[in-house]
Design a protein around this ligand. Structure first.
Ligand code: ADP
Ligand code: MG
Length: 686
């Protein structure tokens, strides 16, 4: 039966008003209803004798009402309703607080099921504010079973949703078609769909419930990954890309001012091999802060230029665009490779001139911010598109960029270390290269967590470093969610430092709202050492590279995510000098303290990311905006790693074995496409 087309209004008991409420939860059809996963269950399947009740636990009892409810006013004016009930083994009082309706709902002599927590009230054993249900109501969906609890919306109760689901299950009577063919289910140990829908919503046993949950988690992960793999295969197998030739790029690599690390060489090799194939490259380079990703990108672009193609490099901030531009210009000197900087904030005239050169293919490497992906920019001969700090962009932007030019090679780079399993999901459509080694001679950044009472001492320490010729970043406190407030506080903070603690030094200020020219000037002054302390908002979070800076101080450090702190810390320790990171926080929250303490102990981005996930959960760490993928509704990428893996295997098996083309698999194929398209739509809306 096709449940996508059955509106929930056609279910017993759901009129226009109720159905509107269901729509609010995103439930329009019976299918949506089935995929409205319970957020938990209560096991009400066992009736317990009153004489066996133990305080502080939840029970179901079957009891007779001995007399009318008694209403008492407590000393504080609260209405306490007491209802004496009993079964064959004993009696107890049921109590409700401030519930004026109970007395009309219950009569003496009623036989009812109650489900609730048993408590001690003085010396009395009572059951507090239980749910209850008449024993006569035939197929009760709310009692004597394992009962589901759902995400709700105002006006819609668990009971309403249970009733609707129950009606829908009755309507269907096990006639759902499984998208997974039988042999596939066997192979991956998945239970059949009708069994699963029944046991997800109204489990017969806890074991059956687990089977059902497992199937739906698998299904969710499977669909997502099959979609991603579909994109990947589309990108790689059917599409013709550019097969770059080998020129002098390896010699160029050898002539760089420093020797590349083995990890860099390995990744460069992987990139070159991809580029030389006729298939378009789709590669993610992951490497911790400071591992030297920029140079890897440059080598790709160098090769591209030698082949007579243009490369685009997109970065999240203008500061970073400017910095890469300067670095590359310097490293490319004498090679004849022409490089251009393109920024949103350029004057129209300047921009036009750059665009003109880009159009005429008088530029080989183009670096820029988002302006790059604006439609009006024409790139006549794009061979390679690079996104730096990929975690700042979504999947969608990735595809937009690759639309420029004729199937160019794609390289994305990120420092946000995410566990391997997450990489599979977030970047399931990409091949992954890992730079797992830092350039030699890097010293551990000494990290301290202090409270503001130690600030003056800390300022003294900063002065000593400045007097040695070093520089410092002070990241100012985040204020609420308002940029304006942030700005005020940044300005105030800078003035305070300049006028009170660091009189003889030059304290600069950098924030997102400054004009591009001002920002560039500040960064230039910082690079030249004219600024001793740079007070900044998190605009400096990504990519900034000033090796002479050795101190990173972060105020209200508890307000930042661990990965973000790690990124900020990565702005120092980039040269030959011992560097320091000072986390200032007065928070007494246990988690905050634990997180900051972890920062002082670990320098490994991957460990920090894992810890962050553990402490804050995936939702918060990898906000939807960041990765651009839809939220998972039942599976949990952190805890369901086994299912993640088996669903991944299943996807690969299906695609590799050609199974998907067999007659038994046609409905599955169709369904997969439909569901993944729905996901893509969701992504597009982000
Ligand atoms: P990230 O991976 O964070 O983008 P960068 O590419 O900015 O790191 O590199 C960080 C610093 O390390 C830069 O100053 C860069 O010049 C330097 N660097 C990169 N590779 C090496 C290397 N193999 N040996 C020494 N220094 C290197
Ligand atoms: Mg970088």
């Amino acid at each position: 039966m096709n449940i996508q087309n059955i509106p929930i209004q056609s279910l017993k008991g759901i009129g226009p008003a109720k159905s509107k409420l269901f729509h609010k939860l995103g439930i329009k059809t019976v299918e949506d209803l089935f995929y409205h996963y319970p957020r938990g269950y209560k096991d009400k399947s066992i009736i317990t004798d009153i004489s066996d009740l133990v305080p502080e636990y939840q029970y179901t009892i079957k009891a007779t009402v001995d007399s009318r409810p008694l209403e008492i006013r407590s000393k504080k004016g609260m209405l306490v309703v007491k209802l004496p009930v009993s079964d064959d083994t004993g009696s107890l009082n049921i109590v409700w607080f401030n519930n004026r309706f109970i007395k009309n709902a219950i009569k003496q002599g009623d036989e009812l099921y109650f489900y609730g927590k048993v408590k001690l009230m003085g010396r009395d054993v009572v059951m507090e504010s239980p749910e209850f249900e008449k024993t006569t109501s035939a197929a009760s969906v709310n009692m004597l079973r394992i009962v589901p609890e759902y995400p709700l919306t105002e006006g819609l109760s668990h009971k309403d949703i249970r009733k609707a689901v129950f009606a829908a299950l009755e309507l269907l009577e096990g006639k759902l078609t499984d998208i997974f063919p039988e042999d596939f289910r066997k192979k991956y140990q998945l239970s059949e769909i009708n069994f699963c829908v029944n046991n997800l919503h109204f489990p017969e046993t806890l074991f059956n419930m687990q089977l059902a949950i497992k199937r739906f988690k698998f299904e969710e992960l499977f669909i997502l990954q099959s979609g991603l793999i579909h994109i990947k295969r589309m990108n790689s197998s059917e599409v013709q890309g550019i097969a770059f030739g080998a020129y002098d790029e390896r010699e160029f690599a050898e002539k760089l001012p420093f020797q590349l690390t083995n990890a860099q060489l390995k990744v460069i090799d992987e990139i070159f091999k991809d580029m030389e194939k006729a298939k378009p490259m789709n590669r993610l380079v992951q490497g911790d802060v400071g591992s030297g990703k920029t140079i890897v990108a440059l080598l790709g672009m160098y090769k591209c230029a030698r082949n007579g193609f243009q490369s685009l490099m997109m970065v999240p901030t203008e500061i970073l665009a400017e910095q890469h531009y300067l670095t590359f210009k310097c490293l490319l000197e004498g090679t004849g490779i022409r490089i251009e900087l393109l920024k949103g904030s350029m004057s129209a005239k300047a921009k036009n001139e750059v665009l003109q050169r880009v159009r005429n293919h008088e530029a080989d490497i183009i670096i820029g911010t988002h302006a790059l992906i604006q439609d009006k920019v024409e790139f006549p001969k794009v061979g390679l598109v690079i996104t730096d700090e990929q975690h700042r962009f979504g999947v969608r932007q990735r595809t937009v960029l690759s639309d420029k030019g004729e199937n160019p090679d794609i390289l994305v780079m990120t420092a946000t270390p995410i566990p391997r399993t997450l990489t599979l999901i977030l970047y399931g459509d990409l091949d992954v290269s890992l730079i797992d080694e830092l350039p030699p001679g890097r010293m551990k950044i000494e990290t301290y967590s202090i409270d503001s009472s130690k600030k003056e001492r800390f300022y003294g320490f900063v002065k000593k470093e400045l007097d040695k010729g070093r520089q410092a970043y002070f990241v100012c406190p985040l204020v609420e969610e308002s940029e304006k407030l942030d700005l005020n506080s940044a300005t105030k903070y800078r003035d305070e430092l300049q006028n009170e603690y660091f009189k003889g030094y030059n304290v600069g200020l950098l924030h997102g709202k400054m004009k591009a020219d001002e920002k560039n000037q500040i960064m230039e002054d910082m690079r030249q050492g004219k600024i001793h302390i740079l007070v900044a908002t998190t605009v400096i979070e990504v990519g900034v590279n000033i090796p002479n800076a050795t101190i990173m101080a972060i105020e209200n450090a508890e307000r930042f995510g661990l990965a973000q702190l790690h990124q900020l810390r990565g702005r120092v320790g980039r040269g030959v000098h011992q560097s320091y990171c000072i986390l200032v926080s007065d928070s007494d929250s246990k988690i905050a303290i634990e997180r900051l303490k972890y920062m002082t102990k670990s320098e490994n981005g991957f460990d920090i990311a894992e810890k962050d996930l553990e402490l804050r959960g995936a939702g918060e760490v990898l906000g939807q905006k960041q990765h651009g993928l839809p939220e998972l509704k039942i599976a949990d990428i952190l805890n369901d790693t086994a299912l993640l893996k088996s669903s991944r295997d299943a996807v690969e098996y299906l695609y590799d074995s050609g199974k998907l083309e067999e007659p038994d698999y046609q409905s599955m194929k169709k369904e997969l496409n439909a569901r993944f398209n729905k996901i893509l739509e969701e992504i597009a809306l982000n």
